[in-house]
Design a binder for this molecule. Structure first.
Ligand code: G3P
Ligand code: CA
Length: 283
């Protein structure tokens, strides 16, 4: 998978070209410097040159896909409640930036309002570079398979559910749930998918093949314990997406292993480190 822009890491489908470096995915946006999953976080990530942006999605009570990680809004907003029990209108009444240290920069209420997946897709597709959107569906959830169905509806509406190739895809769907990945694969066979996992036994076993995932996604901790996951994935024609890669040493580790995508809360500095060849300058 690549960003399709002929950028620094070339166009190999399973990883960067020899001598290239991983693509950088902004995890929940530039979420170290701005409140996660807000317009402020994604705009900063795009300005900083991220090759991709990641988001978690959940369904509201009235069937809207919103970009929120947790089951409840309590940690990331000034309200309380369970996302799946709230309407879009109720969720829009809350502010999603007050908790974050960057509040002192005062980005304004629109920048820290609730973000829907629809709004995030528009932002990414309208950007002046072909950035990829990594959409993670959370499970188990009250609405089950309806989440993937709604994600696909939206991707179809934007004309990005059936890319000509994984390289040209503008959206990737990910999940820790193998069933969720399978639902996407079955309904949209050309759409790239990432099977996320906590253990090498799961990711290195047959699950990714069974569900037809085009990439596997271990954490950096799992990858450090099982670096063979990269070669095993490549042997099966799969790319590797690693999360959450925030430390200098971990970025170098992923680059040297040939990881295709690194998800980080610090997209700007990670791009700079990679472009500088991880010399340590500007660290
Ligand atoms: O990008 C994958 C990663 O986001 C999975 O963990 O909990 O941050 O969604 P989590
Ligand atoms: Ca996620």
């Amino acid at each position: 998978m690549t960003s399709g822009d002929g950028g620094a890491a070339g166009s190999a489908s399973c990883g960067p070209e020899p001598g290239g470096h991983p693509f950088v995915v902004a995890h929940r946006g530039a979420s170290a410097d701005r409140p996660e999953h807000t317009l402020a976080a994604y705009e900063l990530a795009l300005k900083e040159g991220a090759d991709g942006v990641e988001c978690d999605v959940r369904l509201t009570r009235d069937g809207h896909l919103v970009c929120l990680h947790d089951r409840k809004v309590d940690r990331t907003s000034n309200g309380t409640g369970v996302v799946s029990e709230m309407t879009l209108e109720q969720l829009r009444e809350l502010d999603y930036g007050a908790w974050h240290p960057s509040r002192r920069n005062d980005t304004g209420p629109a920048a820290t309002a609730l973000l829907t997946l629809d709004e995030l897709i528009s932002l990414v597709l309208d950007w002046n570079r072909p950035v990829k959107l990594f959409i993670e569906t959370k499970h188990p959830v009250r609405y089950g398979a309806l989440v993937e169905s709604k994600v696909l509806d939206l991707l179809h509406r934007y004309g990005i559910a059936s890319p000509a190739s994984a390289d040209l895809a503008r959206a990737v769907v990910m999940s820790f749930s193998a069933a969720a990945v399978w639902r996407i694969r079955r309904a949209a066979p050309m759409l790239p998918t990432v099977l996320l996992g906590d253990t090498s036994r799961f990711l290195g076993g047959g699950a990714a093949t069974t569900v037809g995932a085009t990439a596997v996604g271990p954490s950096i901790m799992t990858l450090r314990q099982h670096p063979e996951l990269v070669d095993r994935a490549a042997a099966q024609g799969r790319a590797l997406y690693c999360w959450t890669v925030d430390h200098f040493e971990d970025v170098g580790y992923c680059r040297d292993l040939g990881v295709a995508w690194v998800a980080t809360n610090h997209p700007g500095r990670t791009k700079t480190w990679l472009q500088d060849g991880l010399t340590g300058a500007g660290r």
